[in-house]
Design a protein around this ligand. Structure first.
Ligand code: GDP
Ligand code: IMO
Ligand code: MG
Length: 421
């Protein structure tokens, strides 16, 4: 039995979907525990691309069960469309369950997300505008609609809730809010469509654990987007770190056996917020095009930077990482010198801890070491030993700097482009 947490090391889009789909070959259950359809997890099978937002990345493996857990915020309309899409592609989706404790993202949350961003003017967070933050606000404030209530709700109650929120939106933002009647109709349709998937998933999780099955816990977003540990306020509103599964996935802490950090061979970030190793030169443009670094959910170009060991080691500490899966290594092909940030210089001092203060982070300058790059196309490599020497030097150096074994190296989006060590 193994209960493996898969977390994004830094700011998301590290290739979690690809690695989870790969590992799900040997897994019995995949659980999502936080975030919502702000996530975009891409899986490529036989050149066919699936962009998953709410449905866990084990869905393409027929023998693997999938849970959208208690801590996820679920947009029912988005979920319905995702299941419809998967079914149209021949994916059955009968191995899927949605927690009855999950909070429902309502169309008015999306309006509030948009209005809050507009109100922030030049201090925008750059959210995905999927209503994630406002839904979590309601949950913590104790006014969310939970799945168990949503599936039984009648039209009149739904209409009244939306009406009340429209009044709130008008008062606070001067916006008209949602168009009530079409919204009620769409929500009822989605409700009826997803109702059969909604159940007490804590019971299912417990059953798999008691039977000693293999579980994969699918993190969304990234550790430095965590609402407590991330670059606040430029974060998401949930806990994408390993501990998040205990509060959103009904997995007790002592059940977890491994914590795997999915780590890109370089760094990216979408949305605003500090990024010490960010670059915006020819190399950044090269990486963006080679790595197709455009958001899966919003299509926004991703910001690019060199590997930041200060941030990565912070993430490793707060997650208790036991292994790294290094992804997109192939993208670095053809870069003459690869830089690795090993420390920050802050006000004349060299530091290796990750500052909490945004003002301090803004003053931090990266201290780099350089290693020789590699020319080889890695996408056809079949085993780790076949990697070129310089590519191995980079992998080994990252292991030295983090003290964590890199057990998986990914050299392309496909299943077979995954090298285990
Ligand atoms: P996630 O949110 O962490 O699941 O990552 P995304 O799916 O948003 O972004 C990762 C992108 O990189 C996707 O387009 C993947 O298909 C792609 N990808 C994953 N691993 C590799 C890799 O090793 N090499 C290349 N070239 N692409 C990869
Ligand atoms: P996956 O799971 C990258 C970012 C947004 C924004 C911030 C807050 O695909 O790695 P939100 O809509 O969550 O309130 O936005 O978080 N963000 C992500 N960035 N990958 C993601 O998910 C993200 N989900 C949210 O860009 O900066
Ligand atoms: Mg993504």
């Amino acid at each position: 039995m193994a209960v493996k947490v898969i977390v994004g090391s830094l700011w998301g889009d590290e290739g979690k979907g690809k690695i989870i789909d790969f590992l799900a070959n040997d897994a019995d259950l995949v659980i999502r525990a936080q975030g919502g359809n702000n996530a975009g997890h891409t899986i490529v099978v036989n050149s066919k691309k699936y962009a998953l937002h709410l449905v866990p990345s084990g869905i393409l493996r027929a023998n693997c069960y999938n849970i959208i857990g208690d801590g996820v915020v679920v947009d029912p309309i988005s979920l319905m469309k995702e299941i419809e899409f998967l079914k149209s592609q021949g994916v059955k989706c009968d191995n899927l369950a949605v927690s009855n404790r999950a909070s429902v993202v309502m169309p008015y949350h999306i309006v509030i997300d948009r209005c809050s961003e507009e109100k922030r003017k030049e201090n925008k967070i750059g959210t995905t505008v999927k209503g994630i933050g406002p839904c979590y606000m309601d949950t913590v404030e104790r006014s969310s609609v939970r799945m168990c209530d949503f599936v039984d709700m009648n039209e009149a109650d739904l209409r009244e809730i939306i009406n009340q929120r429209n009044i709130f939106i008008k008062l606070n933002y001067g916006d008209e809010g949602v168009d009530i009647e079409p919204t009620v109709k769409e929500l009822m349709e989605a409700r009826n469509y997803i109702k059969g998937y909604v159940t007490d998933t804590t019971v299912i999780v417990d059953r798999f654990l008691k039977k000693g099955k293999n579980l994969l816990l699918e993190g969304a977003q990234g550790s430095l987007l965590d609402v407590t540990y991330g670059t606040y306020p430029y974060v998401t509103s949930s806990h994408p770190i390993s501990g998040g599964f205990c509060i959103g996935g009904a997995v007790p802490p002592n059940a977890i056996t491994d914590v795997i950090a999915i780590t890109k061979a370089y760094n990216t970030r979408v949305g605003k917020g500090p990024f010490v190793t960010e670059i915006d030169d020819d190399i950044a443009h090269y990486i963006r095009e080679e790595g197709h670094e455009y958001g899966t959910t919003t299509g926004r170009p991703r910001r690019i930077g060199y590997m930041d060991i200060v941030a990565l080691n912070y993430s490793i500490r707060i997650n208790g990482v036991t292994m790294i899966a290094l992804t997109l290594l192939d993208v670095l092909k053809g870069i003459d010198k690869i830089k690795i940030c090993t420390a920050y210089e802050l006000d004349g001092n060299r530091i290796t801890h990750y500052p909490a203060s945004l003002k301090e982070l803004e003053r931090c300058k990266p201290v780099y070491e350089e290693i020789d790059g590699f020319e080889d196309d890695l996408t056809e490599v079949k085993s780790y030993d076949e990697l070129s020497e310089n590519a191995k030097v980079y992998v080994n150096r990252l292991e030295e700097l983090t003290g964590v074994k890199i057990g998986i190296v990914s050299v392309g989006p496909g299943r077979r482009q995954t090298l285990t060590r």
